[in-house]
Design a binder for this molecule. Structure first.
Ligand code: MN
Length: 201
């Protein structure tokens, strides 16, 4: 079955003023849709991939036929990353709690420490890519990836991801990527992060 664009779990304006409605509309309806269309086009050229889930495509990227591997990496990765990203935001945001909060304290001394390291990874990613919180054996670390790569392609569990492509912030923040990262914390859905953390344990 062909891959499909998931519906946003909220209105385009739900993350205002931190993420503006026009950015959300173009990001979801144009950019994410293009990743979906392009991964489907790649799979049409390699029909043996039609039965693979989106997770399978990322996790087993090295086993994807070479002729379509780059297209699947960029567009399957883009589809996976954005599908997660929409779920990780909500109106008004939230705060980490429970076992996730304990793990954050253990790894970073608290949520402020996490935000500081995460912001450095997001700002330091040259060009386009993503910043991530990764969970391994219950322990957390910060990573970043180029383009539409993701931790799943390296066999790792991403529990939080931030798109730092210019298309994610340029309309509102122009060249001020750090301002976008700082504002984004106001809409992070930590319940989603906690669920991914629990699943990764
Ligand atoms: Mn994006």
């Amino acid at each position: 079955m062909a891959h499909a664009l998931p519906a946003l779990p909220y209105e385009f304006a739900a993350l205002e003023p931190h993420i503006d409605a026009q950015t959300m509309q173009i990001h979801h309806g144009k950019h994410h849709q293009a990743y979906v269309n392009n991964v489907n086009a790649a799979i049409e050229k390699a029909p043996e991939l039609a039965s693979w889930s989106l997770d399978d495509l990322c996790r087993n990227i090295a086993k994807v036929p070479e002729a379509v591997r780059t297209a699947v990496r960029n567009n399957g990765g883009g589809h996976w990353n954005h599908s997660m990203f929409w779920q990780q935001m909500k109106t008004g945001g939230s705060e980490p709690s429970g076992k996730l909060a304990d793990a954050i304290t253990a790894a970073f001394g608290g949520v402020d420490g996490l935000k500081e390291k995460f912001a450095a990874a997001a700002a330091g990613r040259f060009g386009s890519g993503w910043a991530w919180v990764v969970a391994s054996g219950g322990k957390l670390s910060i990573e970043s990836t180029p383009n539409q790569d993701n931790p799943l392609m390296e066999g790792k569990n991403a529990i939080l991801g931030l798109d730092v492509w210019e298309h994610a912030y340029y309309l509102k923040y122009q060249n001020r990527r750090p301002d976008y990262v700082a504002a984004w914390w106001n809409v992070v859905n930590w319940d989603d992060v906690a669920a991914r953390y629990a699943a990764a344990r």
